[in-house]
Design a protein around this ligand. Structure first.
Ligand SMILES: [Zn+2]
Length: 330
């Protein structure tokens, strides 16, 4: 059973991805930022703001989950085991949910759990792994769209400011040229390749199938000569290989290990080269990157290749229901 973050949060009765404990798969703690909410960085900012340090310390003194800034000598102290957070398992998840259900709401904030899901009545449910990450939402509509936002220079929202060191950034004119070329090729675009589209015009509303086509068939060709450094292109190759491996219905254990390394490399590259551990860039640290880095492969090891439980088939059925009803009653 799998779906998008909000739906899964309701099903599992967890606080969801806007809580300090934003992840149902592990006990990582996010950093609360004024105006942004919880940020999901694995590496703390190197220029932490005094108000953030004080706020997190207030959380600590209230015995609430807090983001441990550690010390300059040991930035990975305390709950900053963010690169290897404690995973939740079925026993612990059920026990914590029961404690919250028994009336201790304060513990809910500490555990990131709202209460006991009705599904806890079923012994066959394995919390949280009966709800593994979804390929369509997390990889296609999540990771690829967020990376594209970075490539468009729109990743930092109102905090603005890309600078001269920026990697993974292409000018608007380049996107316009790519879009025009895609449009010009639409008449000869093979149907088997999927639907033709103009990424420059439609990227913010692109469907999962379009993102898959973009990643597997087009991005490495269109961006081959457009990025500033060879490393950026190597990064894109890792993204494409990861998307392709994650889409397979059959994987060897070696390929699963390979996917784990690829996804870690991809997210670490974004953290080190785009977020750059700068406070003003924390806005790009979303749960999507955390789930890709930490939990996609764990989900595959627990439940099998992602297409076995992806949401695509269910959404296609839901999409066709309106048409079925239309024809039946017309
Ligand atoms: Zn996690």
């Amino acid at each position: 059973m799998s779906d998008n973050d909000d739906f899964r949060a309701k099903l599992l009765l967890v606080l969801g991805n806007r809580a300090k404990l934003y992840c149902e798969f592990c006990e990582i703690v996010g950093l609360w930022k004024e105006g942004l909410g919880v940020r999901c960085c694995h590496r703390q900012p190197l220029d932490p703001q005094p108000e953030d340090i004080q706020r997190e310390d207030r959380f600590r003194r209230r015995n609430a989950p807090f983001f441990d800034f550690g010390t300059p000598e040991n930035p990975d102290s305390g709950n900053n085991s963010r690169l290897n957070p404690r995973l939740r398992d079925d026993d612990r998840f059920r026990e914590q949910a029961r404690e919250v259900e028994n009336g201790n709401e304060r513990l809910g904030r500490l555990f990131g759990i709202k209460g006991e899901s009705v599904l806890a009545l079923l012994d066959s449910i394995l919390f949280p792994w009966s709800f593994p990450p979804d390929y369509m939402h997390l990889i296609l509509l999540g990771l690829l769209r967020k990376l594209h936002k970075i490539l468009k220079g729109q990743a930092f929202g109102h905090q603005g400011a890309v600078d001269e060191l920026e990697l993974l950034l292409l000018d608007d004119e380049i996107w316009a040229i790519i879009g025009t070329d895609q449009k010009g090729s639409s008449a000869s675009y093979p149907t088997d390749f999927g639907e033709a589209f103009n990424i420059d015009k439609v990227w913010s509303g692109m469907k999962a199938a379009n993102w898959y086509s973009w990643a597997i068939q087009q991005v490495l060709i269109y961006l081959h000569a457009e990025l500033r450094t060879a490393d950026e292109y190597e990064f894109l190759k890792k993204v494409v290989f990861a998307v392709e491996l994650a889409s397979r219905r059959s994987l060897s254990w070696e390929e699963v290990d390979q996917l784990e390394i690829l996804l870690r490399d991809v997210v670490d590259y974004v953290e080190l080269n785009v977020y750059r551990c700068m406070d003003e860039r924390l806005s790009i640290c979303k749960p999507t990157f955390h789930q890709c880095r930490q939990h996609v492969v764990h989900g595959i090891r627990m439940c099998g290749p992602m297409p076995v439980y992806w949401q695509m088939n269910m959404e296609q059925k839901i999409g066709s229901l309106g048409m079925d009803t239309y024809h039946r009653y017309r």
